[in-house]
Design a binder for this molecule. Structure first.
Ligand code: PMV
Length: 312
């Protein structure tokens, strides 16, 4: 059996503004993974590919899936790149511990695990750049007009300072730090949140361009705070970024409640991570990590809390 896994991700700073070419910072979350296993499926017609996702109750041949199904498309684009047209039938099984629709990149992680597993199955290697390009095409199916940050940070599996179409570079983190990722339990509709921001931007471009500029400046300052290991400053920048996300209209009451709870319980900073309208909030915890914070968040209605270490 052939396998490949890909991590989850969180955006630290700059979501939404990144769609409008402002910088964003994102990091992989290696404690959560999407894994894909492939094995031959003897007895089926040559060229048949089964996709089996037990958590979704799905087992279907990709020929029976819609042309724009992201799972099928991940597979088709990979086979196209590998120039594989005829092959004995095989089955792809997908298992993931990354919560879906919560801003943790589960879609991109599954796509990237499929691309790499299919390449391995055919004893081939696909360069990271090509993995990233295919994953970006599939992200468009999921989200319409993605910035590309999810597929980039997950493909390269390292902290990324990202400006759409301009740069994708690692950034330095002076000292590892802990984040609590608290799930509101409300599914975060990325495409809807991105569309909502776009409609508001179309109605008042001046205002929204200024908001995006402010978020971009905060992201740049956060990069410096991470490089200097200045956690107090990082926390304040998270709070400022959150206020701007609220001004963009993507912070739901459930996000606001968890953020307030975290700050009241002594967190250094807290904000939405990802598209918002639910999904996850990230909380910068003091060192050593205070276990009361997680209890307070769960009592305030968090569906789950994961502690993750962000390291260079
Ligand atoms: O919620 P997620 O992980 O899909 O992140 C979306 C991030 C946005 O900036 C809102 C959109 C994008 O494509 O960058």
């Amino acid at each position: 059996m052939i396998s490949a896994c890909a991590p989850g991700k969180i955006i630290l700073f700059g979501e939404h503004a990144v769609v409008y070419n402002r910088p964003a910072l994102a990091v992989p979350v290696n404690g959560l993974k999407a894994c894909v296993h492939i094995e031959p499926s003897p007895g089926d017609l040559d060229g048949t590919i089964w996709i089996n996702a037990p958590a979704l109750g799905l087992r279907k041949s990709i020929n029976a899936m819609a042309v724009d199904n992201p799972l099928a498309q991940s597979c088709r684009l990979t086979l196209e790149l590998l120039q594989k047209r005829t092959f004995p039938s095989f089955e792809i099984t997908i298992k993931s511990s990354i919560p879906t629709a919560s801003g943790m990149g589960s879609g991109a992680a599954v796509t990237i695990a499929i691309i790499r597993a299919v390449a391995r199955y055919f004893d081939s290697m696909i360069a990271d750049k090509d993995v990233n390009n295919i994953a970006f095409e599939v992200e468009k199916i999921y989200h319409g007009t993605p910035s590309g940050i999810d597929n980039t940070v997950i493909t390269y599996n390292r902290p990324v300072f990202f400006i759409r179409d301009i740069t994708m570079e690692p950034f330095s983190i002076k000292q590892p730090f802990n984040l609590l990722i608290a799930d509101t339990g409300v599914h975060s509709p990325t495409a809807e949140a991105v569309t909502r921001v776009r409609e508001s931007w179309e109605q008042d471009r001046d205002k929204f361009e200024k908001l995006f500029d402010c978020i971009g400046d905060i992201t740049t300052s956060a990069r410096a705070a991470l490089a200097n290991g200045n956690m107090d400053e990082l926390g304040l920048l998270m709070e400022k970024n959150q206020k701007l996300l609220e001004a963009l209209g993507v912070s739901a009451p459930e996000n606001n409640r968890l953020i307030k709870t975290a700050l009241d319980a002594g967190a250094l900073g807290a904000k939405i991570s990802g598209a918002g309208l639910g999904g996850n909030v990230i909380v910068l915890t003091q060192k050593p990590h205070n276990p009361q914070l997680k209890i307070a968040l769960m009592e305030a209605g968090a569906a789950a809390c994961y502690l993750t270490e962000v390291s260079p």
